[in-house]
Design a binder for this molecule. Structure first.
Ligand code: TRP
Length: 328
């Protein structure tokens, strides 16, 4: 594994993972563990940047998220699964990188501006939230990866990470490669109501949902909203369900469904039945692996303890190099 190219990525422990997480990022992680030396971590410090006032959810969600990861197919023998706050080197690198990061770079970050404007249920005026991208750059640069598998929403942070790396290399001599974002090609996962699938909109299908729940959710799902009767031809390109057929059906099935929809021979109820059948095949293996992990006492803690140790060993090497370059 050590001769493979390196990648690193993390997720904030905000709650159970849904299909959007799976098809947007996690599926990519699972594939990469076979071809890369991959580090995947629970970004619990990042969760605190916005949830510092009530950290109880963060604590609960750390283990839940690891269970979802392993359920989805991450294998702790094939990749390093760890917890950010257990590798203190991330905090040291964050402090050092904050010395060379202009505040103006952070203030003009589009994600920062957007969240400041849109989220009014929490205070985001804290220094930790402004410095979110410096911590993220530290998480990444620590492992000197060539790429970072993330969703599109993380692109502004990736840009900042490269800018910080460039500035470090310019000031102290070459140390960090500039990592690229490794996006999953065109995975679109609309929520049940057509908005982006998100925990905060309560419109998700979760990896650990039971089939009864899923049946009720899918029944209420929006399709092509201008198709009122089965005898009206539908338009798969504006339907909220059709993108899931692109993810879960073979190319032949997709073509057949498209034809049936546009010629009004296949109704939305039939289409939902196909989706349900595919979910009933896709989810059980994930849930089975998750249940096995849950049944083994201490298994999640063991995975994290082992991963923390391996991440720390790598991080220690990077920090030796960084301290030296910065004259410490
Ligand atoms: N910002 C990422 C998210 O919201 C989480 C994250 C923190 C991350 N540090 C990272 C992702 C480093 C990739 C690499 O999902």
């Amino acid at each position: 594994m050590s001769t493979f190219p390196r990648t690193v990525s993390g997720m904030r422990p905000t709650g159970n993972l849904h299909l959007g997480h799976y098809f947007g990022v996690l599926k990519n992680w699972v594939a990469l563990q076979h071809t890369e030396q991959a580090y995947f971590f629970v970004a619990d410090w990042h969760a605190l940047t916005s949830d510092y006032a009530d950290p109880s959810g963060v604590r609960r969600n750390i283990r839940e998220m690891v269970k979802d990861w392993v359920g989805a197919g991450l294998d702790p023998e094939k990749c390093v699964i760890f917890r950010q706050s257990k590798v203190k080197e991330h905090a040291e690198l964050c402090l050092l990188l904050s010395m060379i990061t202009p505040v103006s770079w952070l203030e003009r970050n589009p994600t920062y501006k957007e969240q400041q404007q849109q989220i009014n249920t929490k205070d985001l005026g804290n220094a930790g939230f402004l410095c979110y991208p410096v911590l993220m750059a530290s998480d990444i640069l620590m492992y000197r990866p060539h790429g970072v598998p993330v969703g599109e929403d993380q692109l502004p942070h990736m840009e900042l990470t490269r800018e910080i790396a460039r500035r470090f290399n310019h000031l102290y001599g070459s140390a960090f490669p500039e990592p690229a974002a490794m996006l999953t090609p065109a995975a679109k996962c609309p929520g049940l109501d057509g908005r982006k699938m998100s925990k905060s909109y309560n419109n998700g299908i979760f990896l650990c949902d039971g089939m009864d729940d899923i049946q009720a959710k899918v029944r209420g799902m929006f399709t092509d909203q201008s198709r009122l009767r089965k005898s009206d031809p539908g338009n798969p390109d504006v339907c909220n369900l059709f993108p899931y057929h692109l993810l879960l059906c073979s190319a032949d099935e997709q073509a057949e469904i498209r034809k049936g929809c546009t010629s009004a021979s296949l109704g939305c109820v039939d289409c939902k039945r196909i989706f349900l059948k595919n979910l009933a095949e896709f989810l059980p293996p994930l849930q089975e692996r998750r249940a096995q992990l849950e049944a083994a006492p201490g298994a999640v803690d063991d995975i994290l303890a082992h991963g923390n140790e391996r991440a720390r060993a790598f991080a220690a090497e990077t920090m030796t190099m960084v301290r030296e370059k910065m004259g410490l």
